[in-house]
Write a protein that binds this ligand. Structure first.
Ligand code: DDH
Length: 277
C-alpha cells in the first residue's frame, strides 16, 4: 500500500511537553554543576534573551534568539536538546527552558506558547539594554520601564535572584543570594528585609554581605529595592506572602518571555506543562 505523503511537521502541545521532559530529565541528571543545578543559568538565559525589549521601537525581546553570545554553560546544556528536537527554534527553546527550570526548581507554573523565529545576527539589538548591577532604583525603572513593566512587576521579577549565584569570572560579583540557590522561594525578599546588609570589604565591585553569616550577597540593584519606598512595599509583601510572590512572579515572567513576539496564537492558547515527579 502507498504511504500517505507527510505534510510539514506541526508540533503539538505533546511535542513541546517532550522537550520540557527532556530538559527536566537533564536537569535532574546533571547535578555536578555549581550548586547542583543548571536551572539558574537557564532562567538567566531566558531573561537575557527577553530583556532587550524596547516598547517604543518594538525591537529586542526573545523573538530571534539574536543573543548569539548566550552564556556557554546554558548553550552547552541546551545544544543536545536542540539536536534531538531540531524543529524547535532556539528562541522558543531558550524561553521554554527558562519556564521549565522555574517549574522544576519548585517555582510556580509558567504558562508558555511557541511562535518565536530565529533571525539573522543583523537583527541584534545594541548592547547595554540589560541592567547594570552597580546602579540604583532610577536605572531599574529606566530599564524595566522601557520593557513596559510597573514597579510591582519589577520587584517580582527581581525575586528570581533566589536562584543561583554570581561568579567573579562572569560579572565580577561573587556568591549566592540565599541558602537554597537551587530552589525557587521568596527567600530573596525575606533576607532583604530581615538581614542586616553591610558593604563587603574586598577588592571586587561594591556588593553587600549578610551580617549573620557573611556568606550571602546582594548587588547594589538588589539593595535599591529596599531603599526605594515604592519598591520596598512589594519587597515586604513578598517576604511575608510566598503565594502572592509566586503568582505575581509567574504573571510577570510570562509577560517577559513574550515581549515583542508576534504570536499567531492567543494568550488562552498557552500551554501549561506538567512538572516532573
Ligand atoms: Fe540577575 N544577575 N539581575 N536577574 N540573575 C545575576 C545572576 C542571575 C542583575 C544582575 C545579575 C534579574 C535581574 C537582574 C538571574 C535572574 C534574573 C548576576 C550574576 C548579576 C550581576 C551573574 C554571574 O556572575 O554569573 C541585575 C542588575 C538585575 C536588575 O533587575 C536590575 C531578573 C529580572 C531575572 C529573572 O530571571 C527574571 C539568575 C537566575 C541569576 C543566577 C545565574 C547563575 O549563574 O546562577
Amino acid at each position: 500500500s502507498e504511504a500517505t505523503p507527510k505534510g510539514p511537521f506541526v508540533p503539538t502541545k505533546e511535542d513541546y511537553q517532550k522537550v520540557y521532559d527532556e530538559i527536566a530529565t537533564k536537569l535532574a541528571n546533571e547535578t555536578d554543576y555549581d550548586d547542583g543545578s543548571y536551572g539558574p543559568v537557564l532562567v538567566r538565559l531566558a531573561w537575557h534573551a527577553s530583556g532587550t525589549y524596547d516598547k517604543e521601537t518594538g525591537t529586542g525581546g526573545s523573538n530571534g534568539a539574536t543573543m548569539r553570545f548566550a552564556p556557554r554553560h546554558a548553550r552547552d546544556f541546551l545544544e543536545p536538546i536542540k539536536a534531538k528536537f531540531p524543529w524547535i527554534t532556539y528562541s522558543d527553546l531558550w524561553t521554554l527552558a527558562g519556564a521549565a527550570a522555574i517549574q522544576e526548581l519548585g517555582g510556580p507554573t509558567i504558562p508558555w506558547r511557541p511562535g518565536r523565529e530565529d533571525k539573522d545576527v543583523a537583527a541584534c539589538t545594541p548592547d547595554g539594554r540589560l541592567p547594570d548591577a552597580s546602579k540604583d532604583q532610577r536605572h531599574i525603572r529606566d530599564v524595566f520601564g522601557r520593557m513596559g513593566f510597573d514597579d510591582r512587576e519589577m520587584v517580582a521579577l527581581c525575586g528570581a535572584h533566589a536562584l543561583g549565584r554570581a561568579h567573579t569570572d562572569r560579572s565580577g560579583f561573587e556568591g549566592p543570594w540565599d541558602f537554597s540557590p537551587t530552589v525557587f522561594t521568596n527567600e530573596f525578599f525575606r533576607l532583604l528585609v530581615e538581614e542586616k546588609w553591610n558593604q563587603r570589604k574586598w577588592n571586587g565591585p561594591t556588593q553587600f554581605t549578610d551580617k549573620t553569616t557573611s556568606t550571602l550577597m546582594m548587588l547594589p540593584t538588589d539593595i535599591a529595592l529596599v531603599k526605594d519606598r515604592s519598591f520596598k512595599q512589594h519587597v515586604e509583601r513578598y517576604a511575608k506572602d510566598s503565594d502572592a510572590f509566586f503568582k505575581e512572579f509567574s504573571d510577570a515572567f510570562v509577560k517577559l518571555l513574550e515581549l515583542g513576539v508576534p504570536f499567531q496564537s492567543k494568550p488562552e492558547d498557552r500551554f501549561v506543562f506538567k512538572t516532573s515527579e
